[in-house]
Design a protein. Sequence first.
Length: 272
Amino acid sequence: MAPTSLPPSPDEILSWPAHSGPVEVRVFRCDRPRPGDALLVFFHPGGFVVDDSDAADGCLSVLAQACGMDVLAPSYALAPAHPFPAAVEDAHAVLREAVARRTALGWKGKRLFVGGVEAGGNLAAVSSMVCRDRQGPELAGQILVMPMLDTCMLGNSMQCAAGQADQVELVASMARSYRSYLPHPADRQHPYASPLQARRLGQLPPAQIFYTEGDPLADDSRAYADKLRAAGNEVELVGLPPADVGDDEARCSITADDPCVTAMKRFLDAHR
């Protein structure tokens, strides 16, 4: 079991320039001699419309210690004030800044990983595509935890959840988030908005994708894993036991516990 007694607060809070203006970057240090060979940039949940950094603090404190690497948790532009692609551009800007500031961060600059929960999982998946398309920064791996991947919301698990009284509001909330994030319908088919709809998925970094049984997002994760594999990428798909994932705090709590933490550590160690 991963440690859960760590203080749920960052060790440092930085301000970095990004596409939409300054962003807050929370730093979670692991207990190890510095500098480290690997760094994880992890994007918070919140459906593209809420800054749920606080909900992720405890989770990221645990991950930094359990996985033996520092973790950066950046904010990013939120809809509706800043719709797509503002968050995507902020995410890529942070990755570039991380490389540029590697000495100050105490990182050797050798292995850069990206991850995220829910909307943050979307940004992690999209960042992998953007880094490929713009030829950097090079990513060693991507960790997608219960990610939002399909703006069309057509997966079987999503459709089933829409008809269940205990999940109908969760599905409606996701639909509202997508409408705020993507006010222009044409953007919903853009691969940087809807990774599951992307037609070009080759040459992406190794992926670890988590889904929770019973989650409306579960089938999207399975489908994305299949598409990544078909495109020639290395993929590990991890199914988690059924759990209440009705809010971001619950999703982050699952991320901070086993079997999620153990699987992440194994994945990160294998690609360091």
